[in-house]
Design a protein around this ligand. Structure first.
Ligand code: MN
Ligand code: MN
Length: 291
């Protein structure tokens, strides 16, 4: 059995003070009110995930944080209203956001800074707890960076204090979601129940290869070398190692030269140049493997 009810406590989570209203900044604040990474989206995402969650401990956390986001929505809404207020009477102020001034009478509407209506499409709810937690960690990172940008564009000390508070809480949430994900004890790359195809899963496909002086060098790093990585140069020109699994061979030089150069029967210089560059790359990859 699960019981719950909402109760609105009239005391604000953080006392809001605006020293100098700035209607243009009020418009920017709407991004965190009804925007893609805003507080309503966060509140709804975590609360709906919580409703779907069969794990009582993490459900509790999702409901706690979802509810806190509603408190943030209230703070942002009040901040935005204070900044937008001059729109009620001043034509110059109204120009900062005609939609809010004319259609909304200077109050906050549930839209982003560009006037786009809030949509449930912003929410990421998969019904798979660990996958949802990853979405939440990313959502908190986005919310943090949006607050940071707002702080950078804000001169008003009272507003900056409130935004610093809100920005900090997003990092707190990110820490909680991360700890909750790790506490599930799942392998980092184990998602769902069906195992990925062995062999294929470790193949890195170098699908964009350079072409002479107009191409950038192919970058290597921990995302495609070391560990179990198998680097496949230009897979489009390689043969199947296993057609059933979809794995590709990693070193068929002849096939590549055929496919790009002579095979097409063309003497096109660009193609020949591409073929020789790729053949050199393959040779390099092969010699590295042999060493
Ligand atoms: Mn928030
Ligand atoms: Mn948050």
């Amino acid at each position: 059995m699960y019981q719950g009810m909402y109760h609105h406590v009239k005391k604000l989570m953080y006392t809001v003070r605006v020293d100098t209203p700035d209607p243009k900044f009020g418009n920017m604040l709407l991004e965190q009110f009804g925007g893609a990474n805003g507080e309503l989206a966060a509140a709804m995402q975590y609360s709906i995930q919580g409703l779907n969650c069969d794990d009582p401990a993490r459900k509790d956390m999702l409901m706690d944080i979802g509810t806190e986001e509603l408190s943030h929505l209230e703070i942002v809404g009040i901040l935005a209203r204070m900044h937008l207020k001059p729109m009620k009477t001043s034509r110059k102020a109204a120009e900062a956001d005609p939609l809010i001034a004319i259609a909304g009478g200077g109050g906050v509407g549930l839209c982003n800074s560009m006037g786009d209506a809030w949509t449930a499409d912003y929410l990421k709810v998969t019904g798979e707890l660990d996958v949802d937690l990853r979405s939440n960690i990313a959502a908190e990172a986005r919310a943090k960076i949006v607050y940071e940008r707002l702080i950078n564009f804000c001169e008003d000390p009272g507003t900056r204090d409130a935004l610093q508070f809100l920005m900090t809480r997003e990092i707190t949430h990110m820490m909680a979601f991360t700890a909750a994900l790790e506490s599930l004890g799942k392998d980092r790359f184990s998602i769902g129940k069906i195992a990925p195809t062995a062999g294929l899963v470790d193949q890195y496909f170098n699908d964009s290869t350079g072409d002479g002086d107009r191409g950038d060098a192919d970058a290597r790093g921990p995302w495609n070398e070391g560990a179990n990585w198998e680097y496949v140069p230009a897979p489009a020109f390689q043969e199947f190692k296993s057609e059933r699994q979809g794995t590709r061979t990693t070193d068929s030089l002849a096939t590549l030269a055929d496919a790009v150069g002579a095979g097409s029967g063309s003497e096109h210089p660009e193609k020949k140049r591409a073929a020789s560059a790729q053949a050199a790359e393959l040779k390099h990859a092969k010699s590295k493997k042999e060493n």
